[in-house]
Design a protein around this ligand. Structure first.
Ligand code: HEC
Length: 142
């Protein structure tokens, strides 16, 4: 085997060792961390279609810590992804990004019976999740 193939084999081995446990073992064992949303307007049970807290300073503060507790293990600290899950800094800004964000956090992502991302809608509630979205927009990259 030449050096190039060895390097590729090593890289593939590494991805298998690092990324797969992150994806496969999450099934059922991600415990959502409660988020204190004191100080934010309550939104009720019906999900909004766009972020009611956009640019709200209190929401951004809450969202920053809620993200690190609930999302960073897959999406990376500060939303800088290490490659296991999409880099959320690139999520579209504004209403279009809100729509996709809402769809994913409510439903998670399950493909072929494997949980790639657990659902968070009921566990965290929309106040906490829209706070996370508010914070994400502050670290957005084009
Ligand atoms: C166990 C790992 C894991 C955790 C925890 C997790 N995610 Fe995800 N997330 C993923 C993966 C993997 C995908 C890609 C899913 C796919 O491609 O089907 C994803 C996709 C997304 C997307 C869509 C991104 C895109 O570009 O399509 C959003 C938005 C998102 N996650 C938000 C969150 C938020 C907010 C949290 C915390 C409340 C969170 N995720 C927690 C693994 C995770």
């Amino acid at each position: 085997m030449n050096a190039r193939i060895l390097r590729i084999a090593a890289a593939v081995g590494l991805i298998g060792a690092v990324a797969l446990p992150g994806l496969v073992y999450v099934h059922g064992d991600v415990v959502p961390q409660a988020v204190d949303t004191t100080g934010l307007e309550k939104l009720g049970d019906k999900w909004r279609d766009s972020n009611p807290y956009r640019s709200n300073q209190r929401a951004i503060e809450i969202g920053s810590s809620a993200f690190n507790q609930n999302c960073a293990r897959c999406h990376g600290l500060g939303a800088v992804s290490g490659g296991i899950a999409p880099d959320l800094r690139y999520l579209e800004k504004g209403d279009a990004g809100d729509e996709w964000f809402k769809e994913r956090v409510i439903n998670g992502s399950i493909r072929n019976g494997v949980t790639y991302m657990p659902a968070f809608g009921e566990a965290l509630g929309q106040e906490a999740l829209w706070s996370i979205r508010s914070w994400l927009e502050t670290v957005h990259e084009e």
